[in-house]
Ligand binder design. Structure first.
Ligand code: SF4
Length: 377
């Protein structure tokens, strides 16, 4: 069933590594909420075609910068225009220092049943380096506040391979995350994206990124420790306890339709993709003119679809259902995939399980390269 993504384009400050669209000026928050509700109304007919929705995800940016009242306005608008399953997964990304008792209470009242906390590290030194505004201590306070409101479906994000990150500190971050006893952990290698302050620092030699082996070692440690305590490694960067896989994110990897609302949000319905304009002012202006704020749209050719099957499927533990691929794209692409996968199977990076082609644990390390090589150009 389809999913809804809502991009909240505000952050209290910008982290040095981040290239997501957001701004620190919150003056347009009110106008954003009005525009978002208008966008929901403008999309009502299209949304109805894909209803009922089974997931709603507030991402960003920092959705927890919205007040409970602002979130309530958006949720009321959604519920009065779109059919959403009573059992839907409602996720909100939050910065730990925003989640106090009253805020957690408000979220509970709104029906938010999953919170994804941008923890990243438990070391105040690392958090300061990344430009995060919370402290390690505030992570515990946020978790405690959520649990007091019986919001137990909590995910924490961690980042590894930071400059000057010692092995001991990374191990401590992983162990602290385990000790929180949350049912979901996502963990990402620090990426030096262009047009970020981090990129400039690296470019002028002020910061040296760790060697590739250090990242691989950190990743292996993460997998080993999380699997040891019962997490299922269900996607390259995601680990869940039984019953706590992220339904919303899984829908992306399964090519389930989703609608993205808000500036810079992406949408997918078979076989079309589009994104909204990544600029809050023009988003508000265009929606104000009763115009959908699209910036880019494409129809996916068979070749594009094949590449998506590869890119999304090999990131997941389940892998690619090649029988379904054959039915959807035809014999030619099925044969191509079998041929392209063979050298990676011989290296032990991919393997066949029935009609599923899957990445092995070792394959996950090299998955970006494998995907690039298998892409049909
Ligand atoms: S809080 Fe999240 S979205 Fe905002 S700058 Fe930091 S990483 Fe990016």
């Amino acid at each position: 069933m389809a999913g809804l993504y809502i991009h909240v384009p505000f952050c209290a400050s910008r982290c040095i590594y981040c290239d997501f669209y957001s701004q620190t000026n919150a003056q347009l928050k009110k106008d954003f909420v009005v525009a978002l509700c208008r966008e929901i109304e403008l999309l009502k007919d299209s949304l109805t075609e894909f209803a009922p929705f089974s997931t709603v995800y507030f991402g960003g940016g920092t959705p927890s910068l919205l007040s409970i009242h602002e979130l309530a306005t958006i949720i009321e608008c959604l519920l009065s225009n779109v059919s959403i399953l009573p059992s839907a997964e409602w996720t909100l990304e939050a910065n730990p220092d925003d989640v106090r008792l009253d805020y957690a209470h408000g979220l509970k009242g709104l029906g938010v049943n999953r919170v994804s906390l941008g923890v990243q590290s438990f070391s105040d030194r690392e958090l300061a380096f990344l430009g995060r505004r919370h402290s390690g201590e505030q992570v515990y306070q946020a978790i405690d506040a959520l649990r007091r409101e019986s919001i137990n479906n909590i995910s924490v994000d961690l980042i590894y391979a930071l400059p000057n990150q010692t092995k001991e500190q990374w191990h401590k971050n992983v162990q602290n995350a385990i000790n929180l006893e949350v049912p979901h952990i996502s963990s990402y290698h620090l990426i030096c994206e262009e047009n970020t302050p981090l990129y400039k620092l690296v470019d002028r030699g002020a910061i040296v990124l760790p060697k590739e082996e250090q990242g691989i070692e950190a990743y292996y440690y993460l997998i080993q420790e999380l699997e040891r305590v019962g997490f299922k490694h269900y996607e390259i960067s995601n680990f869940a306890k039984e019953g706590y896989i992220s339904c919303h994110n899984s829908a992306y990897w399964n090519r389930t339709p989703y609608f993205g609302l808000g500036p810079s949000a992406h949408s997918y319905i078979p076989e079309r993709r589009w994104s909204n304009v990544a600029d809050l002012r023009s988003y508000i202006d265009r929606v104000g003119l009763n115009e959908l704020p699209k910036d880019f749209e494409e129809r996916l050719s068979l070749k594009d679809q094949y590449n998506e099957w590869i890119m999304l499927g090999l990131r997941t533990r389940e892998g690619i259902d090649t029988k379904l691929l054959q039915e959807s794209l035809g014999q030619e692409y099925y044969t191509l995939l079998k041929r392209q996968a063979t050298p990676f199977c011989q290296k032990g990076w991919l393997e066949w399980k029935g009609n599923y082609l899957q990445s092995t644990s070792q394959g996950f390390i090299f998955v970006d390269g494998i995907i690039r090589d298998i892409f049909s150009l």
